[in-house]
Design a protein around this ligand. Structure first.
Ligand SMILES: NC(=O)c1ccc[n+]([C@@H]2O[C@H](COP(=O)([O-])OP(=O)(O)OC[C@H]3O[C@@H](n4cnc5c(N)ncnc54)[C@H](OP(=O)(O)O)[C@@H]3O)[C@@H](O)[C@H]2O)c1
Length: 287
């Protein structure tokens, strides 16, 4: 038996493996799937098994799995192409008849009516059609995504996006989501279940700006712009046109309340409250 993690060299995958090891899963019972042997060297040093495979090369997954394996499919990053990529993994998992296929998808599952969710809907359907025992980890947004341009935000003193005033989003940190994934991979009792994973407390852009202002000691204002204005800002800093549309559409989904849900699945799975956005801001401002 092995717990097999795809995307193992990515930020989420690495945290899941670290959590499994910290929980006492022997390194030799974990298999990392990565497309770069070089990038996975640190995992191999720890005793984690490595299988090199690329979502774009289905044949590389041919011998990746055994019937006893519990597999975590971490979704890829090529938005719009991911369904075909994930199909390669699902087909190989089905051929092996794995014991569990867990998938990192998006909050809301079939109710997530926005562009970025399309690949996730289609992937969940392929998994259901495969007949394999599944676990759906439907993640809300990572809190860290709002702090990737912290120096720029502080310099400009403005956060501008097309989220409607007052609309809320229930983010959590990568650590929180990784902890949940590690739990469902190492514990029994999570088969044929979909978890809606989000932060315990939904926050608005105005509250985020207020907390950030307090922590950095400078007034940061929040401005809600139109979708067209938001797209112009994004393409102006080099975001490709099609992906700018996807990001504007995400803000529209937030404005419609689609990412504000706080069902509590995440804190229940990890046995502690999720990380408040103020803590994520503090981590970013002190790093
Ligand atoms: N909810 C959110 O806010 C949010 C934000 C960002 C991403 N996501 C989703 O969550 C997933 C995990 O996030 P993350 O932060 O861990 O992203 P990440 O650091 O970019 O990791 C993505 C992983 O997928 C691997 N990958 C990409 N294309 C591949 C291919 N063709 N074949 C094999 N492996 C491939 C990458 O391999 P390399 O290490 O070789 O690059 C990497 O290990 C993402 O892939 C994305 O679907 C969600």
């Amino acid at each position: 038996m092995s717990i097999v993690i795809t995307g193992a060299t990515g930020q989420l995958g690495q945290k899941v493996i670290a959590d499994l090891l910290a929980a006492g899963v022997p390194a030799g019972e974990i298999t990392a799937i990565a497309r770069s042997e070089e990038k996975a060297a640190g995992l191999v040093v720890m005793g984690v098994r490595l299988h090199v495979a690329d979502y774009d090369q289905p044949e590389t997954f041919a011998k990746a799995f055994s019937a006893e394996d519990r597999v975590l499919l971490v979704s890829g990053t090529d938005v719009g192409r991911r369904t075909a990529q994930h199909a390669a993994v699902i087909d190989a998992a089905k051929a092996a008849g794995v014991a569990q296929l867990a998938y990192v998808g998006v909050f809301g599952g079939p109710k997530a009516e926005f562009l970025l969710a399309g690949d996730h809907h289609a992937t969940e359907k392929l998994i259901l059609d495969s007949g394999l025992p599944y676990t759906f980890l439907r993640n809300n947004w990572y809190s860290e995504m709002y702090l990737t341009d912290l120096p720029g935000i502080v310099e400009r003193g403005v956060i501008a996006n097309s989220v409607a005033p007052g609309a809320r989003i229930a983010t959590a940190t990568r650590d929180d989501y990784a902890a949940a994934a590690a739990v469902v991979m190492r514990e029994d009792g999570h088969l044929n279940t979909a978890y809606e994973l989000s932060g315990d407390i939904a926050w608005s852009q105005e509250e985020f700006a207020e907390e950030l202002s307090r922590q950095v000691g400078k007034e940061i204002t929040y401005t809600s712009v139109t979708g067209a204005e938001h797209k112009a800002i994004l393409t102006g800093v080099g975001v490709p046109d099609a992906f700018a549309d996807v990001l504007v559409d995400v803000d529209d989904a937030i404005s419609r309340g689609l990412l504000a849900g706080t069902p509590g699945d995440l804190s229940r799975l990890i046995g502690r409250p999720t990380t408040p956005i103020a803590d994520t801001i503090a981590a970013a401002t002190t790093s």
